[in-house]
Design a protein around this ligand. Structure first.
Ligand SMILES: [Zn+2]
Ligand SMILES: [Zn+2]
Length: 275
């Protein structure tokens, strides 16, 4: 399993100097690898998906190999890159959008994505992009996925958000962003993350900032580490960095995190993990 971060920023993209090490693009993580064939599974379509698109546009996909895109939820920072995803304009490409949940957040997935492309907001309509799209709402909490399985867990965030657990050939990845635990760590989330090789977890705030941002839907790095400790995680990657946290600030946080949990890293745009 190859996991690549294309966007690690939360809330809004940033492009100032001092933000280049951890990156300024909003959330997008791609999973590829042997068991996936030529397919790629994409979690979230924040602005980072633009760079991923530039790579995938040169890739030839056969009939059964596709670009799969799923979403933690539909806040802007998780969908705003899609209109700039080059493969969506290539009529030889097939993109399968899907939601996996027995309580789906929307009943029309295409509608959610096409709304931000209405002529008031964007020059090209989704139907005029060119690629072959399918939109699937899978009313289940588990899906067979390329020889393994993909599981989903709904967690607390304004409007709700979903974490994903991908298990393939004995390797486990959990993607869990835009989560607010509340006063205590959500035990359901800990159970869902159990024994993962890699956990990608929201850590937008410092513990002090979290105190002043109740209801914004995010976690502190301390909470993310607590989840990792309770769930027996091998490697923890913190993401959804606050747009006000520059490289120096984040490097400092990473040092503090590693004192408590040595296998904890703050995700950097372009970083690749193989498990
Ligand atoms: Zn977000
Ligand atoms: Zn959100």
């Amino acid at each position: 399993m190859i996991i690549t971060f294309y966007g690690t920023r939360g809330s809004i993209p940033v492009c100032e100097s001092g933000f280049q090490e951890f990156g300024g693009n909003t959330t997008c993580v791609a999973v590829s690898g042997n068991t996936l064939g030529e397919s790629v599974l994409i979690f979230d379509a924040g602005t980072g998906i633009r760079q991923l698109g530039k790579k995938l546009i040169h890739q030839v996909f056969s009939e059964k190999n596709k670009i799969f895109i799923t979403f933690s939820h539909f806040h802007w920072d998780h969908i705003q890159g899609f209109p700039f995803f080059a493969p969506a304009y290539d009529k030889t490409k097939h993109i399968e959008f899907f939601i996996l949940s027995d309580t789906p957040p929307v009943d029309d997935l295409k509608n959610v994505l096409s709304k931000q492309m209405e002529s008031t907001y964007f020059p090209i309509l989704i139907d005029n992009m060119g690629a072959n799209f399918t939109f699937t709402i899978n009313k289940s909490d588990e899906l067979s996925f390329d020889g393994g399985k993909l599981l989903v867990n709904k967690h607390n965030h304004p409007g709700g958000a979903y974490g994903y657990r991908l298990e393939v050939e004995g390797k486990i990845l959990v993607y869990c962003t835009d989560i607010e635990h509340g006063e205590e760590i959500d035990q359901k989330v800990v159970d869902f993350c159990k024994s993962a090789d890699v956990l990608i977890h929201d850590a937008q705030y410092t513990p002090e900032q979290l105190f002043n941002h109740r209801g914004w839907g995010h976690s502190s790095w301390e909470q993310a580490i607590e989840v990792a400790e309770l769930a027996g995680i091998k490697k923890l990657f913190l993401t959804h960095h606050d747009p006000e946290h520059n490289d120096e600030f984040l490097r400092n946080i990473e040092k503090q995190c590693q004192k408590r949990f040595p296998n904890c890293f703050l995700a950097r745009e372009g970083q690749q993990i193989k498990i």
